[in-house]
Design a protein around this ligand. Sequence first.
Ligand SMILES: [Zn+2]
Length: 245
Amino acid sequence: MQEIVPGLWDVGELKSIVPVHAYLWRWAQGVTIIDTGTPGNEAILLAGVKALGLQPSDVKRIIITHGDVDHTGSLKALKRATGAQVICHTVEKEFLDYPQRRKPAKTALGLLMRPIFALAMQFPPYRVAPLSPDRTHVDGDKLPEGFTIVHTPGHTPGHISLLHPEKRFLIAGDALHNRGGKLGAPPALFTPDMENAHGSIWKLAKKYGNDFDVAVFGHGPPIRERAGEALTALVAQLFEAEAKP
Ligand SMILES: [Zn+2]
């Protein structure tokens, strides 16, 4: 486990279809877990809580950036272990209630993958137990942890990123990736609305780019300084690519 900024802990790369990160945020009222890895990752997250000298009951809230198996996989087990309040975007509630509704994009490959993906989701380790959130939020809502909800749709319709303006960090979720230390848009296969996904990266950079120095991701290592500038550079690249005939 690694402390990224004071109070924000990366529990490490969790084994998944692709390695994925989940985070603990320690604040005045206890701990908030951000994303939960794949099914079976609950013990690693709870070990992280213990490493902070805390109990499962100190986990007060679990925030889900979006309803994908690598982010909601251990949600139900963690809810059971901690009794924490579960939070997501209002639009994303559908994927927490009905995980099997999440599908690959309507590209040629995505359509080919849909039955395989649907089948895989019926069996461990990809079967996600449905769990209805306790609270839902929309863009701009302020949370007691100090986070501002930034609605960043595209990868999924109700995807959110979490900005902590006071501590100047961003939890991007899968609004963008930093795989291999290279920033990029989320993968086309699982991003049904790439235009909106690009728009969301644009929003993070243009609207909030001056509000954070550090960024952490669902996939890939953190950016520890000048993260807003890195996002702005990515936006220039993405939209230049789009502008080309
Ligand atoms: Zn992911």
